[in-house]
Design a protein around this ligand. Structure first.
Ligand SMILES: CSC[C@H]1O[C@@H](n2cnc3c(O)ncnc32)[C@H](O)[C@@H]1O
Ligand SMILES: [Zn+2]
Length: 431
């Protein structure tokens, strides 16, 4: 779609406003006007009827491992440490670039279908392939080559160099829809000296650092025993978590770590469904928000969630803290929507996305609001408490349609589903 277009007669909702009958004009990848009522006619512009639709910003998933969609359902009821050691790491040993590509493609189908326009993806396989697939799909992403640094010093150096080179190549992608990040897996899989070197190289290349941290109580206890400080406090003190870094999970953190995250401009990816499913705990979202820490939402992988639906993640994030705190106002729909849109975009380095506003990238989705579970009242709560990814009908990134009326336009969904099944069967046959 290269012609400029205007979506008319549509309900527009983003984190800061709602327009009941409005329009959005799109030209050259950008939103060029938003308003109420009928837009002024413009010669040569296409019109898209938005009646009975909600137009909202595309969702942003700030933490995941796309190849692991192939491992969905292989281990459902184990805690993190046993899940990794007994099931996931042995299964991952059988993956290669080809099977990882099948998993990434499947994840891309699932994400577009459920309204995600931008995602983070960390893994160690098929990285060039993941960048190419993302480009082809039309989505935006922050990509990284994850590093587990149990090996020799030489192996560590090689891993670090490859990870930095990869992140740099993403950062300078031709489309500008990719960002690169540097992702040491966790403080318990990367020695401190390796984390220091990683941070130094990341800074040198102006790349953001992301890390799984403070995910379980066990991790925190063991870190304290070894280093005398809990992991978040320690990595803040070391200057490893700094402005623009993304702390993934941050479930078990204390009051001074909250202040430290805020003072140092660190983002947090809250992944409530993965944390609940693995029995890891529940991150202190109300406290993170009270400290004005920029929190976004992530699904983590389909092996610990088990879907990549950010609508589900919003609902879970909204609900669980109300129950925990016995306080219905512990979170509110607008804040949750802000986390899933603009905060996510900022966390991944896409500062021009996340709002339906003039000058922003035209990354938006349509929800079919003509359904029993959304009638009779449409507001911010509709998107957080009623909607699911299955209600998404259309997806646009930088103005380009990736899905129209439920049909994917940039990827061959049937082939991808078939290849993912075949890759999964091959893995099962080989074992
Ligand atoms: C170095 S590749 C990524 C690595 O991370 C593992 N992983 C997936 N989810 C989690 C999680 O929630 N915590 C810790 N590690 C996780 C994945 O299996 C890969 O081995
Ligand atoms: Zn993860």
């Amino acid at each position: 779609m290269t012609r400029p277009y205007v979506v008319t007669n549509v309900t527009i909702i983003d984190a800061v406003r709602m327009i009941s009958k409005g329009f959005v004009k799109v030209k050259d990848k950008k939103i060029v006007a938003v308003g109420e009522g009928e837009p002024q006619a413009e010669y040569g512009w296409e019109r898209i009827d938005g009646q009975k639709k909600i137009l909202m910003p595309g969702l942003v998933n700030t933490h995941g491992h796309t190849p692991m969609t192939l491992l969905r359902g292989i281990s459902d009821d184990l805690p993190l440490e046993r899940w990794l050691n007994e099931k996931i790491w042995p299964a991952e040993a059988a993956l290669d670039d080809e099977s990882a590509a099948a998993g990434t493609a499947l994840a891309i189908v699932e994400m577009i279908r459920s309204g995600t326009t931008c995602f983070a993806d960390m893994y160690h396989l098929n990285r060039e392939g993941a960048a190419a697939l993302t480009e082809e799909s039309g989505m935006k992403a922050s990509l990284s080559r994850g590093m587990i640094a149990f090996g020799s010093k030489k192996e560590q150096q090689e891993k670090l160099k490859t990870a930095i080179d990869y992140a740099k190549s993403c950062q300078s992608s031709a489309s500008g829809r990719l960002r690169g990040a540097v992702f040491p897996h966790a403080p318990y899989t990367c020695p401190l000296e390796f984390l220091r070197e990683t941070k130094a190289k990341a800074e040198e290349a102006a790349l953001p650092l992301q890390i799984h941290i403070a995910e379980t109580r066990k991790e925190v206890k063991e870190h304290e025993t070894k280093h005398g400080l809990p992991p978040v406090a320690h990595l803040l003190e070391e200057g490893i978590l700094t402005k623009g870094s993304l702390a993934v999970h941050a479930v078990h953190i204390n009051h001074s770590e909250l202040t430290g995250l805020k003072d140092n401009g660190v983002h947090v990816s809250h992944n409530p469904q993965s944390n609940l499913k693995l029995g890891s705990g529940i991150a202190p979202l109300p406290q993170l928000l009270n400290h004005h820490i920029p929190v976004s939402l992530g699904t983590d992988s389909a092996a610990s969630n088990n879907t990549l639906d950010v609508f589900d993640e919003m609902r879970q994030a909204a609900m669980v803290h109300k129950g925990l705190e016995e306080e219905a106002n512990a979170t509110d729909a607008q804040t949750i929507l802000e986390m899933a849109t603009v905060n996510g975009a900022n966390a991944l380095g896409f500062s021009n996305a996340g709002f339906i506003e003039e000058g922003y990238d035209a990354d938006f989705i349509f929800i079919n609001s003509d359904q029993a579970h959304m009638i009779p009242r449409i507001n911010h709560g509709t998107l957080v408490y009623s909607a699911t990814g299955r209600d998404v009908t259309d997806v646009f990134v930088e103005g380009k349609p990736l899905m129209r009326d439920g049909r994917l336009l940039t990827v061959d969904e049937e082939k991808i589903r078939h290849e993912a099944m075949a890759a999964s069967e091959k893995l099962a046959d080989d074992h």
